[in-house]
Design a protein around this ligand. Structure first.
Ligand code: HEM
Length: 440
């Protein structure tokens, strides 16, 4: 068979990253309650980058592993090189964070020389992708376009995110900060291309039909996603004095993409036969749950994109609810659905495994909903304190939120338990696939 074990290694490493990310998130959350907790070893300033590094690695590694698995590249050597390059770079970045060797900008706080191996990994991925997919180029369904675009634009925007190293950008504050958010927003858009492409691929396969992925609606969604990727970032910098048209444009288009994604999953659900739903039950359930979270996130995002509300929510936990709401509720659920589909295709889940995962999904979803509401509550409190409460000091305000922090960590622990159950079952199944089918 043409299944490369490295596609599973990518997914496996992604799942481990997810667990490590959850542990760092919990430790960081615990420092809200007891600021001195673990501080000597890893302060919040190191735990937060470690947490975001691990969870972003989870998203990228599992998306990449899935794409390698789905397209089955002819050349397997570059996949091996790509994998080990990313693992070695990841270890280097973890060491940098643990030794508090920071450089760079928010979310990319590692020393800038790590740019080179990361970009090389993406180039290896891109060359392999285009070589494999070139023969079928003329009849590509939308998901192949999304993956191709995601890879190319990831290389471009990741490079752009490092332009601040050049004096022209570093020395001009407005250009510098605008470029930081432009590139940051756009490379999140690029990984969304990889993840949403994955969701369309999995939905097509579960449905056993490509009619959706070749439909006008799907291509409209693709172009809309691309427009968002290019311009949607500007809603991050409303408060920076850039050209006004940029802000109007960003506001106008920044929400459209998700509305279409929501409607595509909704239509797919309606068109699916019971037989196909049962055949890929877990992948189906996780995808439907992602749709629910797309819906909740649309409402929040629509609200916080209104400039006068954005002024109030900017820099509060409402922004964190938006970023965690989308990375957990949409990206993570779609990727878990993709892995469930891969496992079911290779090595049907046992009934016990299926039941355990279903329990994990339930624990995860309830905890996540409460966690998200808690973040919104904390954000509203902070916005109120910033603008309307001029008598209360910051320490008094922090003290008043003590119980919210405790609840935040308790619900975070629920997310950890739910996801741990799912990840544990996935890892067991992947190990058995690797052992039985690929002989690794
Ligand atoms: C799949 C699981 C998770 C994902 C994808 C995720 C993602 C993220 C992202 C993207 C951020 C950056 C937010 C921003 O800059 O606006 C963040 C921050 C954070 N996350 Fe998570 N997260 C996950 C689970 C958790 C859990 C279980 C906890 C436990 C309490 C947690 C605690 C935190 C904390 C404390 C921060 C820092 C917020 C701040 O700056 O005050 N995360 N997470």
């Amino acid at each position: 068979m043409n299944t490369n074990k490295y596609s599973f290694y990518f997914i496996y490493t992604g799942l481990i990253s997810l667990l490590l990310g959850l542990i760092c998130g919990l430790l960081a959350g615990f420092q809200y309650i007891v600021p001195s907790f673990f501080k000597e070893i890893l302060p919040f300033s190191a735990l937060r980058p470690l947490h975001t590094f691990f969870v972003v690695s989870w998203i990228l590694l599992s998306a990449i592993g899935g794409i390698y698995y789905y397209i089955k590249p002819i050349h397997t050597k570059p996949i091996k090189n790509h994998f080990w390059l990313f693992v070695a770079t990841g270890v280097g970045i973890i060491i940098s964070y643990c030794t508090k060797n920071f450089a760079g900008k928010e979310y990319l706080e590692f020393p800038s020389y790590f740019y080179f191996p990361i970009v090389l990994g993406w180039i290896l991925f891109g060359v392999n992708y285009f070589k494999t997919m070139k023969p079928s180029f003329k009849s590509w369904p939308v998901y192949y376009w999304m993956w191709a675009t995601g890879i190319v634009l990831m290389i471009y925007h990741f490079t752009e995110a490092h332009l601040w190293l050049l004096p022209y950008f570093r020395e001009h504050f407005i250009q510098n900060i605008s470029l930081q958010w432009k590139s940051g927003g756009s490379y999140v858009g690029s990984w969304n291309m990889l993840v949403y492409g994955t969701s369309l691929y999995v939905m097509s396969k579960i449905n056993n039909s490509n009619s959706y992925a070749t439909s006008n609606k799907a291509f409209f969604f693709y172009f809309l996603g691309l427009t968002n990727l290019m311009f949607g970032w500007a809603h991050h910098i409303y408060i920076v004095p850039t050209a006004p048209w940029l802000r109007y444009l960003a506001y106008g288009i920044s929400m459209t993409e998700w509305i279409i994604l929501f409607s595509i999953i909704y239509d797919w659900k309606k068109s699916l036969s019971n037989e196909r739903k049962i055949k890929y039950l877990l992948a189906y359930r996780l995808m439907i749950l992602a749709d629910f979270w797309v819906f909740l996130n649309i409402i929040l995002a629509l609200l916080i994109s209104i400039p006068s509300i954005n002024l109030f929510t900017h820099g509060t936990h409402i922004t964190v609810a938006h970023s965690m709401g989308t990375t957990i509720g949409i990206n993570t659920l779609i990727l878990l659905s993709s892995i469930a589909y891969i496992i079911d295709t290779e090595n049907k889940f046992t009934l016990i495994s299926e039941k355990r995962i279903a329990l994990g999904i339930r624990i995860f979803n309830i905890s996540f909903l409460l966690f998200w509401i808690c973040l919104l509550f904390m954000g509203i409190k902070k916005g109120y304190w910033t603008f309307f409460s001029n008598l209360e000091s910051f320490s008094q305000f922090q003290y008043a939120l003590h119980w919210s922090y405790i609840l935040f960590v308790a619900f975070g622990f629920g997310i950890f338990v739910g996801l741990y159950i799912i990840v544990f079952e996935y890892i067991k199944n992947i190990q058995s696939i690797l052992k039985n089918k690929i002989g690794s």
